[in-house]
Design a protein around this ligand. Structure first.
Ligand SMILES: [Zn+2]
Length: 691
């Protein structure tokens, strides 16, 4: 569902709203006794008054849409929330167990740390009493930046605590030697969700910038600046971030792996950005020695930062560092901070209320200590039989994709052989890691919680900081086990499906093949697999190296057909009068389309092998396949979220993720008796032929 080249935060995770509630309210906030079991295909969600050949999303989900309202604390509702609610119930029971047992466990024990971490988050009374106090040492560190020489080390210190300032250092897979890590520097450091918010003209963008200025001023005010000082600092920070945004690549530009491929020896980085003391930076960032080579993903951005480091007044830099530190800490400080941060982020999500505290604490605990709770989570939810059945579906998808590759008329045998090799070597992780992360070096205290978050970030930073030059850890997972998501990583050529995603509604080991192959097969396995061969993934080879293994003719055919997918999605409305960005969403749309085709083939193979069942709830296996696919995108969004997504999210709105690919697929038209001219049957000459 999700795809990332190197670890990135999901939109939903980055924009989660956070604030405290009283302890009494927490007690009242008990889990519902029962949540309705989810089904991979639920006939109650179907709108039989809708025409499947006009709008299949509406047909498959209209019955549900008519009765669903988005809860106040959410930006969207549907499958992700429903599965997440059920997963969170299980995680909650794991955390409650840890709380109950921790008194009898030694302090260094991981379960003890887990319980202490969660308990310190739930301590809303202590959090209220402390106000801004917990992060005063962080703010004093910023105040001590009175010379240029101290600025860069302070940037490093804040980054290790989890504050996104200026740029991002990450030890990631070497694009040209996928067996080893190398040091990467990425653009970063903006307070708005994308560089486009700073540069885009127009009234809507102006009002977002005004809201950001007001938010910055209020944050400074909460940190005891006078109104005049706060307003002046807000303006200065905005100007600084705008200068950084101007030199940042757009998300579409970043989709081209060649655009972010600039490996260089360290002395080249020194001449690219001579006013930054890289030795001091890497030393403070915890590296035992500076990396020999660095991939500077966006050299123009680093050059810009270099000139800003020497030209912008230190008072502005301190205000900038303070703003980001306050914004990062705010969700875990007292109510005025929490509310200020929530009000600002909610303008991008549309959420009207905070999530209950236990949910915010649970999510942060999963994010920071996820592998400490993963094992217990798996024991409660994911029996070996479910893992085996999910693997069987995924393996059928692989086999079906191989068949498609072998019979693609447009592809030369030279390219085909390498594509088949890449498919054969593609790794898959299903359910949970074979080894769990060791938390013995993580310190957790009874509170304040915000310092535990800082420690968890520092722990993770130190765990990986010295990786450049060392062999890639192929056992590592990029998301936690309870997560309702999946990914393909082109640098490792592997797809990853956590247990949290391998439960109903996505997948049910007792459901029929039609339903499971449409949902897990199409929306998940086929989708992730196709990411290895989308506009971005195709540039990586079987080992995960960035290398062009395509003949020029095959490459030209791919691009020509991909442009049809761009045009198709450019034609769809996102929200208001804004259209989907066909270029930004291209990789996801190719993955959806390839996923449906491949999973449909896999279903046919399964039906031949295992025999055809009769009608289920009145539908054939093929109809249930397309219903399973369409219901796996059972989501509706607040308009604020759709407006943000068009800028930051490579996924098109869910109705188009259904109607877009299915209107290209003849098997869909056949299953529902759709005719040429129907909206769900696109003219043959505009249909892309890729996978
Ligand atoms: Zn995807």
């Amino acid at each position: 569902m999700h795809r990332f080249r190197r670890p990135t935060l999901l939109l939903a995770a980055a924009l989660v709203a956070l604030a405290p509630v009283s302890l009494e309210a927490q007690v009242a906030e008990l889990l519902p006794d029962s949540l309705k079991p989810l089904r991979v295909v639920d006939p109650e969600w179907i709108d039989k008054s809708a025409n499947a050949c006009t709008d299949f999303f509406q047909y498959a989900n209209g019955g549900w849409l008519a009765h669903d309202t988005i809860p106040a604390a959410y930006a969207s509702s549907g499958i992700g929330r429903d599965m997440g609610d059920r997963n969170e119930r299980v995680v909650r029971s794991v955390l409650d167990d840890a709380l109950a047992r921790r008194a009898s466990l030694p302090a260094g024990n991981t379960t003890h740390k887990l319980g202490t971490f969660y308990a310190s988050c739930m301590d809303s009374a202590g959090t209220e009493r402390a106000g801004l106090d917990p992060i005063r040492p962080w703010l004093e560190g910023i105040d001590s930046v009175t010379t240029r020489a101290r600025l860069v080390p302070e940037i490093a210190t804040l980054q290790t605590l989890g504050v996104n300032v200026v740029f991002r250092y990450a030890p990631d897979v070497d694009a040209h030697d996928a067996a080893h890590y190398m040091a990467w520097l990425y653009q970063g450091g903006l307070g708005l969700p994308d560089r486009d918010y700073y540069t885009r003209p127009g009234a809507a963008a102006d009002s977002t910038r005004q809201a950001y200025l007001a938010h910055l001023a209020r944050l400074f005010g909460l940190a005891n600046e006078s109104p005049e000082q706060a307003a002046a600092h807000a303006e200065a920070v905005m100007a600084l971030e705008t200068a950084m945004a101007d030199a940042s690549l757009t998300r579409v530009e970043q989709r081209d792996p060649a655009a972010t491929d600039h490996p260089m020896p360290l002395d080249h980085l020194d001449s690219l950005a001579p006013d930054i003391s890289w030795a001091a930076y890497f030393r403070t960032a915890g590296l035992s020695k500076p990396p020999a080579r660095v991939n500077v993903a966006e050299p123009a951005f680093v050059r810009r930062v270099d000139s800003l480091i020497s030209a912008v007044p230190l008072d502005t830099w301190r205000a900038y560092l303070r703003a980001h530190t306050l914004a990062t800490a705010a969700p875990w400080l007292s109510t005025p901070f929490v509310q200020e941060q929530f009000q600002f982020t909610s303008s991008f999500t549309g959420a009207r209320a905070l999530l209950p505290r236990w949910k915010r604490c649970l999510r942060e605990t999963d994010g920071d200590l996820g592998e400490a709770l993963g094992e217990a989570y798996v024991a409660k939810t994911f029996p070996p039989a479910a893992r085996a059945r999910a693997r069987a579906v995924i393996d059928d998808i692989r086999a079906a994709f191989g068949e498609r590759l072998r019979h693609l008329a447009w592809m030369s045998d030279v390219t085909r052989a390498q594509a088949l090799d890449k498919l054969a070597k593609m790794g898959e992780k299903v359910g949970y890691p074979d080894t769990w992360l060791d938390y013995s070096k993580l310190d957790v205290s009874d509170g304040p919680f915000v310092l535990n978050v800082g420690r968890a970030n520092a722990f993770e930073w130190q765990r990986v900081a010295n990786r450049p030059g060392t062999p890639v850890d192929t056992t590592e997972w990029g998301i936690t086990v309870p997560t309702v998501n999946a990914y393909y990583d082109p640098s490792k050529n592997e797809m990853v499906f956590p247990a949290g995603a391998l439960v109903p509604q996505t997948f049910d080991p007792t459901a029929d093949d039609g339903a499971n192959y449409g949902s897990l097969g199409g929306s998940w396995a086929g989708h992730e697999l196709t990411h290895g061969f989308d506009d971005e993934g195709r540039h990586y080879d079987a080992e995960g190296n960035l290398r062009d293994w395509w003949t020029p003719t095959d490459s030209a055919h791919f691009t020509e057909q991909a442009n049809r997918v761009v045009a198709q999605f450019d034609g769809y409305l996102q929200v208001d009068t804004t259209h989907v960005n066909g270029e930004l969403t291209l990789g996801e749309n190719i993955a959806d389309y390839g996923g449906v085709l491949t999973a449909y083939d896999a279903l046919q193979r399964a039906l031949e092998r295992d025999g055809r069942p009769g009608l289920i709830d009145g539908y054939t296996p093929e109809q249930r396949f397309f219903l399973g696919y369409a219901q796996s995108w059972r989501i509706h969004n607040r308009p604020e979220r759709l407006r943000t997504r068009v800028t930051v999210d490579p996924h098109a709105p869910e109705p188009w993720r259904v109607n877009g690919p299915l209107s290209n697929v003849p098997a869909f038209a056949k299953a529902f008796g759709c005719k040429p001219g129907d909206p769900m049957v696109r003219p043959a000459d505009s249909v892309a032929h890729i996978w």
